[in-house]
Design a protein around this ligand. Structure first.
Ligand SMILES: C[S@@+](CC[C@H](N)C(=O)[O-])C[C@H]1O[C@@H](n2cnc3c(N)ncnc32)[C@H](O)[C@@H]1O
Length: 226
C-alpha cells in the first residue's frame, strides 16, 4: 500500500513501538499502513461521521486486520490514555483540531505525542498550542496534490509561551528545502496581498501595519536562504 506524500510524512513522524490513535481517519489508510508496517504496538482510529467510519471499516476489513479498533465518536471521546500515546489529527481545519485537543484533557500529559496536520487556519492552531503549553518539536511542510501543508509534532509542557507573527504564520518551517520554501512563499504572498489591499482602504490600522511587518519578516527569511 502506497500512502500519499502527506500521509507518508505523518507516518514517518510516528515513533516505533507507539500506540497510535488516528482521529478523523476517513478512509483508514493511515491505521492500515501503520499496523501493517509493524511499527506500532497498537493502532486505533475514530471518525465522527457514519460514512467515513464505514469507509474505514471496509478498508480495514479488506486489509484483513482485526486488531485495529475503530470508534464512531467525536474526536477522542471514546479513547483513554491507556489506549494511545500518539494521537494523529490530520486533514481538518485548525479550529476543528484545536477543539478536539481542548476536549481531550488526557492529552495534557508530557508522555503523549500529538501529530497534527491542519488544512486551514494553521496560524490559529499554532497560537492555540502556545497558549495552552503544547510545544511544537518538529514541523515540516509537504506538497501533496498541488497543495502545501504543515505537519507538526508536539508535546505538552504545560507552560504557555508567546509566539511572534512570523512563528504564527510559518511555525518551525525553514526555507532550506523546496516545500519549506514554497510554504513560506505562500504565507508571504498572502501577507503582501493583504497589506496592499489595506493600503488602499485602511492604511492607518493595526491590521495594515501587522501585514506589512509580517511580509517584511517573511521576505527576510526567504532572502536569508539565497
Ligand atoms: C478530510 S478527512 C481527513 C482524513 C484523514 N485524516 C486524512 O488526513 O487523510 C476529515 C475527516 O475528519 C472527520 N472529522 C471531522 N471532525 C471530526 C471530529 N470532531 N471527530 C472525529 N472525526 C472528525 C470527518 O468525518 C472526515 O472523515
Amino acid at each position: 500500500m502506497r500512502l500519499s506524500k502527506r500521509l507518508a510524512l505523518i507516518a514517518g513522524m510516528v515513533q516505533s513501538g507507539s500506540k497510535v490513535c488516528d482521529v478523523g481517519t476517513d478512509h483508514g489508510y493511515l491505521p492500515v499502513f501503520l499496523y501493517k508496517s509493524g511499527k506500532c504496538a497498537s493502532v486505533c482510529a475514530t471518525d465522527i461521521r457514519e460514512k467515513p467510519y464505514e469507509n474505514a471499516r471496509k478498508n480495514i476489513e479488506v486489509a484483513g486486520i482485526s486488531e485495529i479498533k475503530l470508534f464512531l465518536c467525536d474526536g477522542l471521546e471514546s479513547i483513554t490514555r491507556d489506549m494511545a500515546d500518539t494521537i494523529i489529527i490530520a486533514g481538518m481545519g485548525g479550529e476543528v483540531i484545536s477543539g478536539i485537543i481542548e476536549r481531550a484533557q488526557f492529552l495534557r500529559d508530557d508522555t503523549v505525542t500529538l501529530i497534527i496536520q491542519p488544512t486551514t487556519s494553521a496560524d490559529k492552531l499554532r497560537e492555540y498550542l502556545s497558549e495552552i503549553g503544547f510545544v511544537v518539536v518538529t514541523e515540516r511542510a509537504v506538497e501533496d496534490n498541488g497543495k502545501i501543508y504543515s505537519v507538526m509534532k508536539c508535546h505538552f509542557a504545560g507552560i504557555p509561551y508567546p509566539i511572534d507573527l512570523t512563528r504564527k504564520a510559518v511555525g518551525l518551517i525553514t526555507p532550506d528545502y523546496d516545500e519549506g520554501r514554497a510554504y513560506i512563499e505562500k504565507q508571504y504572498n498572502i501577507a503582501l496581498k493583504r497589506a496592499e489591499e489595506l493600503e488602499n482602504t485602511d492604511k492607518n490600522t493595526f491590521a495594515y501595519f501587522e501585514s506589512m511587518r509580517l511580509s517584511t519578516e517573511l521576505k527576510k527569511l526567504l532572502d536569508r536562504r539565497k
